[in-house]
Design a binder for this molecule. Sequence first.
Ligand code: DUC
Ligand code: ZN
Ligand code: ZN
Length: 470
Amino acid sequence: MRFDTIIRNGTVATASDTFVCDIGIRDGRIAALSTGLEDADEVIDATGLFVLPGGIDSHVHLDQPSGDGIVMADDFDSGTRSAAIGGNSTVLAFCMQEKGQTLREALKVYHEKAEGKCHVDVAFHLVITDPTPEVLGQELPALVEDGYTSLKVFMTYEGLRLRDDQILDTLDAARRTGALVMVHCENEDAIRYLIGRHEEEGKFAPKYHATTRPIPAEREATHRALSLAEIVDVPIVIVHVSNREAMEEIRRARQRGQKIAGETCPQYLMLTADDLDRDALEGAKYVCSPPPRDKASQDACWEGLEQNVFDLFSSDHCPFRYEDVHGKLNEKGKRHFRWIPNGIPGVATRLPILFSEGVMKGRITLNQFVAQTATNHAKLYGLYPRKGTICVGADADLALWDPNRQVTITNDILAHGSDYTPYEGVEVRGWPVRLFIRGNSVMESGAMVEEAPSGHYLSRQRSSLVSKPA
Ligand code: DUC
Ligand code: ZN
Ligand code: ZN
């Protein structure tokens, strides 16, 4: 067979195996895995490199409205470019329903935002903020059939949060339709109470973002979300887990027999609440929710990855500029932590951080890395086996990694719209040096090489966690 491209002699890793072989690519798909492949338009020597499935980042915020004068630092152009620079071939972004808006209207807005701008393949999770009987009973079933098979609900943030009865209704709709529900677990009432107390005491600095969103607020909401899912008998994903207590809730629910998934993120391995207490207002750069905790929590999150309590390692990329009146240092945010927009950039740094700190330091295996950064995302969000693995017939989404490339992370190499990275100066070993998406070379040595943005929208199957409704 003649191939378009052969990637020769790389060390190929999947979620289960590691082996040296050639990969033959034809018409955007993997057509052969073998040794001694010949006959191609282009042959790439990958000797000494790892050939991994392109990263799938299933938790990315792009071009979302973020309240009064606040502007997210990445649209679909810059955000997906940054994703590619960091070795990702697919991102799952959020489509946020405004109150009173139908889900179809929201999707139209986000498809327009993304159209023609994406440098990697993209799919959407729905965010349900207004779970009316029409939304849950009529729109959602049709949208799940149309390939929008996951949704997120919030237990915090005024304007976004759902009450328990609304969460139950949403979970029940998910059970009936076969959608997978992601839950942001923090107790809004407890946070409001603590913000009130902080205000009485004149505590307004960025570091108080962390003390008003303490571990019990996350633990309680995690327990409640899991209990509600148990009552409804539906799988859920607990996203962005920051600490041991929330993680142990996941472990216990699994032991009870619940079908659930857990996610953690780089910020919970690399940052602590002390970062929010940096000089002057610099702490604003690290404000995200749930907030980073302490060293023991970092260790717990590592344990959760090592022991596969967490299925997913995602960025929760939610970027704002720092020195910008439309970003972290907006007028109100400078005076009170509660107006600092929540979120940090991280779509480009997710994979190098886990590769370096996890694989190279022996905390997780290369196969776990592939599972937690690509394969499990594809399975849980209905893209497998087209995405997330290396097998004949799959899309040729391949990242070539140089395990010996040492890089000092600096903001200028990440190609995102934010004016900072929380990981400035962090040294990593291992870097994605080339990326193919559907067989096209899109990134080489840290630069985009595609002629034009060529990312596709991906319609999805139901999650591997969900049993198909009757
Ligand atoms: N939740 C997220 O999932 N991302 C950023 C901010 C937030 O609160
Ligand atoms: Zn969230
Ligand atoms: Zn998020």
